[in-house]
Design a protein around this ligand. Sequence first.
Ligand code: SF4
Length: 307
Amino acid sequence: MEVVTLSPRGYCRGVVDAVKEMQKIAKDPSIPRPVHVLGLVVHNEKIVRDFEDLGLKTLNDEGKTRLELLDEIDGGTVVFTAHGVADAVYEKAEKKGLSIIDTTCKDVKKSQNAVKRHLEEGYDVLFVGKPDHPESETVKSYGDGVHVIESEEDIEALDIGNGRIALTNQTTMSLYDIYHLGERARARFPHLKIIDEICDATRSRQEAVKNQPAVDHCFVVGDRRSNNSKKLVETARKARIPASLVESVEDLSVEHLKELGKVSVTSGASTPSQLTKEVVRFLENFDTADPATHETKSLVRKHNLFR
Ligand code: SF4
C-alpha cells in the first residue's frame, strides 16, 4: 500500500522534557521515595505503564482533582505533569513536606500566565478547553472569572456583565475550535479579545494534516485519552479526509484496508515512535492478495521511549 508519512509528528518538546525527567528520577536514588506522579505524565497509557515498571507510581482517578489526589500521598516525592497544576496544589504539597518535581511544559505555563494576567487586569476569561482536562482544572482554580467552554451552546449560556472579556484556550485544541468558537463568542461579545495559545507543536502537526496530499484515509496513532491526537483526527475530517485514531497496529481493520489504495500516517505528541513505525511498516507491506501481510499483532512490548 502507498503510505505518506506526515511531518512533523510524534513527541513534542514538552513530552520529551517530561519523559527525560522521569527517566532521570527513576535512576536517581537520592530522590526521596516513594515517587508519585500526580495524574498521567503524558496521555499515553503505554508510557505510564513503562514508568510504573520503573517504580514511579501514577495517581489517576478521573473523578478526582489533583488537589484531592494529593491526599493519597503521605511522603516522598510528587511529580507534577506536563499539563501543570493549580497554585493550591503546589502549596498543599509544600505543606505536606513533599519533595516536588515540576515537569509543567513551558507552553502550558505561558497559556496559564495569560489567563492569570487577564484576570488581574479585570477581564473575564473564556477558556476553550475540555472541562475535565488538567489544564482546565488549573485555570478554573484561578477564580469565578474563568469560564471553560467547548461548544456554541456553552457560549450562548454565558451570563457575563463584565465589559472586558478575553478568550484563550487549552494548548492542544484544534485551530478550527479556536477560530469557530472565537467567531461565535465575538458575535455575542463584540469587544472580545482573542489570545491564541495553541502551542507550536499542536499547530504544526495540525497544519501538516490539513495540507497533506490527497489520500483515501489518514491514520492518527495515539492514545484515546490524548486530546492532541483526537484533534488531529478532527482536523483531517474537517479537511474532508476520512480519518481514524489507532493506538497501535492492533486497531487496524484488514477489511477496511482492503478498500484503500493510498493512506497517510501521523501521530500525537505523546505517542512513542515505535508504535507509529510499526503501523507505517505494516501498511507499507500490506497486500490485499497476500494473507501473510494481514497479521495485526503488535510486537512492541517495551517502549524504548526515545528510539
Ligand atoms: S502538546 Fe504543546 S503544550 Fe502540550 S506538552 Fe507538547 S508542547 Fe507542551
